[in-house]
Design a protein around this ligand. Structure first.
Ligand code: HPA
Length: 266
């Protein structure tokens, strides 16, 4: 049995065998939603090969249960490329998600805005992305499945449903292009200007590798950024991880309302 099939079995033994309809990966300071799920929490320590808690602001556990009447699998912790130098750090968790029978993935992240009309505390729906970190989680994959088309990387049906959910909740959800920088240092003002010139609306250090892996595994993907700051050089505020963690909860309540409505209406 493959490792992902073994872990999927372990999860089914503890949490029941119904396939989750959605997988959710929650970003820095955005993990509170997992506490609201009526279900079973499995610490990553019980799931060999799952990433260890590397970044403060993430709770390293998988919660499987019901939210707004939908069965969901919520990953409270994610591993970033900058933690290990491995862009495929989330491959096993996503393989397990696919092995559980899930085919839809929603990702959230904290990000810096490059647009004056998208301010800290706001949300942004990813319409597309730019993989600017200079690597790819599928490097080394041998099968021809590695040549993943990325035209529908951000699933248009799920995006429409998320947009409708935000409208119903009276929450602004502009869409925009997310540019993945490797981190862990934040960008320079010149890098932010370059990203803007390239067509990016927000910058961050996550999500893109998971979307590439998700598409590789046949998952439909959508992602929402919680804007915690303006990109470097665009405002006088300081940029730090503490600031990210302090600001994330402000957008997180809007994010929660959108996700709950999306699940309820979906
Ligand atoms: N840059 C990169 N990642 C981030 C930022 C940023 O400005 N804010 C939150 N995550």
């Amino acid at each position: 049995m493959s490792k992902s099939a073994e872990l999927a079995q372990l999860i089914r033994d503890r949490a029941g065998s119904d396939a989750p309809e959605y997988g959710l990966i929650l970003g820095s300071g955005l993990g509170h939603l997992s506490a609201q799920i009526d279900g079973v929490a499995i610490p990553y320590d019980d799931l060999p090969g799952f990433p260890h808690a590397g970044v403060s602001g993430h709770v390293p556990q998988l919660v499987i249960g019901t939210l707004e009447g939908r069965r969901v699998a919520v990953f409270g912790g994610r591993s970033h490329y900058y933690e290990s130098g491995r862009a495929d750090a989330m491959r096993l968790p996503l393989e397990v998600l696919a092995a559980l029978g899930t085919d839809k993935l929603i990702l959230t992240n904290a990000a810096g805005s490059l647009r004056p009309d998208i301010a800290p505390g706001d949300l942004m729906l990813l319409s597309d992305h730019i993989a600017f970190a200079g690597t790819n989680p599928l490097i080394g994959e041998r099968s021809d499945a590695r040549f993943v088309p990325m035209t529908q990387a951000h699933d248009s049906q799920m995006r429409d449903a998320l947009t409708a959910a935000a409208l119903a909740e009276n929450i602004q959800l502009p869409d925009g292009v997310y540019c993945w920088f490797s981190g862990p240092s934040f960008e320079t003002p010149a890098e932010i200007r370059a990203a803007r010139t390239l067509g990016a609306d927000a910058v961050g250090m996550s999500t893109v590798p998971e979307i590439i892996l998700g598409r590789f595994l046949g998952l439909r993907c959508a992602a929402i950024s919680v804007i915690t700051n303006m990109g470097a050089g665009l405002s006088d505020e300081s940029i730090s991880h503490d600031h990210t963690k302090a600001m994330a909860p402000i957008g997180a309540s809007k994010l929660e309302a959108v996700l709950r409505r999306f699940l309820r209406d979906g």
